[in-house]
Design a protein around this ligand. Sequence first.
Ligand code: PGA
Length: 235
Amino acid sequence: MSFLIVANWKMNGTRSSFVDFIGKLNDKGNEITSKLVICPPFTSFSDNVKLNNNISIGAQNCHYKKSGPYTGEISVEMLKELGCTYVILGHSERAHETDSEIKLKSETAIGSGLHPIICVGENAEDNKNKKTKEVMEYQCKNRVPTHGEYTIAYEPIWAIGTGYVPSNNAIAEMIEVIKSSTGKKHIIYGGSVSLDNIENLLNISNLSGVLIGSASLDFERFYKIVQQVEKTYQF
Ligand code: PGA
């Protein structure tokens, strides 16, 4: 499996900046062998964006119902119509979501042919109290579907947008906990991934990808991270 690089733009970027970003990525063509999933805001999706084979578009949320009276929500069919094939679910910045909602959303996405990237991760207090393993097992049991194609992103809440990153050993250990709790082989990491730490993170032997927030907004910065991955893996 190719190394997975997910760009989560959160509430940043316009449609024109997205079209420009994708155009630059497409131009890199054969230089990239990793799998790239770019997740801009819904309003940036554009019908006429052409994508190279290894580039996909992802959303940052979806509803678990197919349609209905859910003001401000978006359904998987609406996302598919926009050419979206992935969806990030359970991100901690959507803090009001329960584990069971995340599971329902994941099941709906899988059932409709979207590939969910399901986030799990402990908060600072649980990390401090050494409850990370317990929290991971609980979240894997309660927010992750029992079947279907999906990816899990280990995202410690205290590492998101803070510049703090767990040690490589701590990430590797949690990846093993998630693997044995879910039976999934490929787990990715997210939380303050940047050009400064990517080289070190790539030493984690059981890491299958990264989810990048702020460092994915600027094309040049993002592409340097992609190049580091390409250099390390030499597919
Ligand atoms: P960050 O965001 O890279 O800005 O910490 C990560 C994320 O969205 O999970």
